[in-house]
Design a protein. Structure first.
Length: 60
């Protein structure tokens, strides 16, 4: 199993454990992010998403 696949499984499991309201908010955010990302080149959108994820992680 690739590291990326393992990370995805861990995140999906963590989201599944959230309370229903919080899980719905997370899934709404995911949908909104995907919708916005479709407006851009997939490589550029993926890089931008990784940048935002790293910035969020660094803030904690």
């Amino acid at each position: 199993m690739k590291e990326e696949e393992a990370s995805l499984m861990i995140l999906q499991h963590a989201i599944d454990q959230l309370e229903a309201d919080q899980k719905q908010q997370v899934m709404n955010c995911v949908s909104a992010l995907r919708e916005v990302m479709q407006q851009f080149n997939p490589d550029d959108a993926g890089l931008a998403l990784m940048l935002v994820a790293a910035e969020v992680a660094a803030q904690e």
